[in-house]
Design a protein around this ligand. Structure first.
Ligand code: ZN
Ligand code: ZN
Length: 335
């Protein structure tokens, strides 16, 4: 086996996770990253259950788009938008910035709130999400990355959810230290009862509440607050893995796929500053700048810090950012 083939099948680490990881001799820049970013030939095993569920959800959601603008009552429209914000904050402020990257600490009321938000949106348990996401950062754009963007837009956007996980992804997931996640009792409670609780909060209540509280029709309640809202939440999150790994600019590290993407930042409440985020994943802002209209998740965390629910918010010094930018330029010139 040639050295290149070995590096492909082993999927060497290509990214950082926490502040401590960035303190490596090469400054957390992998010299062979262009090699490991290539993909192996692979036969996909389709999961038909997921393909059928996604198809039904998308057809209902598209019809829900029409109903939302033409037939839905005003409370239904508000309710749909509120559920979208809850589901998106669960992923951005919760599964991502809190549990995947430990970029800040949260007291139990905030953790409970984020877990509740997460149960409304079929994005898998926060534990499951955080474990997959740590693998994504550590082995970014290699075959150990669950949504390897080197395989193209469709695969990294939704395709990876319609096929069986690549064994290398599972193996690398098991190799990571997840002890901090196991120690969080609220997180473990959600993971244990996820498949019992999420149908109630993500499906039954979003349909029943509009019907009984303000006499919305069943079809509108099903297609708008449930299906339309869900496909928007899911596509917004998926676009971080696809669009924000392909389209945009790379001011912090030119050697990695992740980009700065304004559109993704708008729909994901601030998660599109992805070139910065992959360079400095432990920053609670997931961007060089904090809470703003283009980073509502950071504004939410700052608000929680004001009322004492969030603390130890981590950031990166301007000097360290400048150093990283310079080092990247040096590596690029040296090639
Ligand atoms: Zn990414
Ligand atoms: Zn991340």
């Amino acid at each position: 086996m040639s050295p290149r083939e070995t590096s492909l099948s082993n999927s060497s680490e290509t990214g950082v996770l926490f502040e401590s990881d960035a303190d490596t001799p090469d400054g957390a820049l992998s010299a062979d990253i262009s090699q490991v970013k290539k993909v192996e030939e692979r036969k996909f095993k389709l999961i038909w259950r997921n393909i059928i569920l996604m198809s039904v959800l998308h057809v209902s959601g598209l019809y829900g788009g029409y109903l939302f603008f033409v037939h839905a009552k005003w409370p239904t429209r508000f309710f749909t938008i509120m559920l979208y914000l809850m589901g998106t904050l669960a992923a951005t402020a919760g599964s991502h910035r809190l549990w995947s990257h430990r970029s800040y600490k949260a007291k139990w009321p905030l953790r409970a709130l984020l877990v509740f938000f997460n149960l409304t949106s079929f994005q898998l348990s926060c534990f499951h999400w955080a474990r997959d996401h740590r693998v994504h950062h550590k082995f970014c754009d290699t075959d150990a990355d669950p949504h390897n963007s080197s395989r193209g837009f469709f695969f990294s956007h939704i395709g990876w959810l319609l096929i069986e996980k690549y064994p290398l992804v599972v193996a690398k997931g098991k190799s990571l230290d997840l002890s901090d996640l196991y120690a969080d009792r609220i997180l473990m409670f959600e993971d244990k009862y996820y498949f019992k609780l999420t149908p109630i909060f993500a499906f039954i209540l979003p349909v029943i509440i509009p019907m009984y509280m303000w006499n919305e029709s069943f079809i509108t309640a099903f297609c708008a607050p449930f299906a339309l809202r869900l496909i928007i939440v899911l596509h917004a999150q998926w676009s971080i893995n696809s669009a924000a790994h392909m389209f945009g600019w790379r001011p912090y590290d030119k050697n990695i796929n992740p980009t700065q993407n304004v559109g993704v930042s708008i729909i994901c409440l601030g998660e599109g500053w992805h070139n910065y985020h992959h360079a400095f994943p432990w920053d609670y802002r997931a961007a060089e700048w904090g809470g703003s209209s283009l980073n509502l998740a950071a504004a939410f965390i700052e608000l929680c810090a004001k009322i004492g629910w969030a603390y130890d918010l981590k950031t990166v010094s301007p000097e360290m950012i400048a150093k990283r930018v310079k080092r990247t330029e040096y590596f690029s010139l040296g090639e």
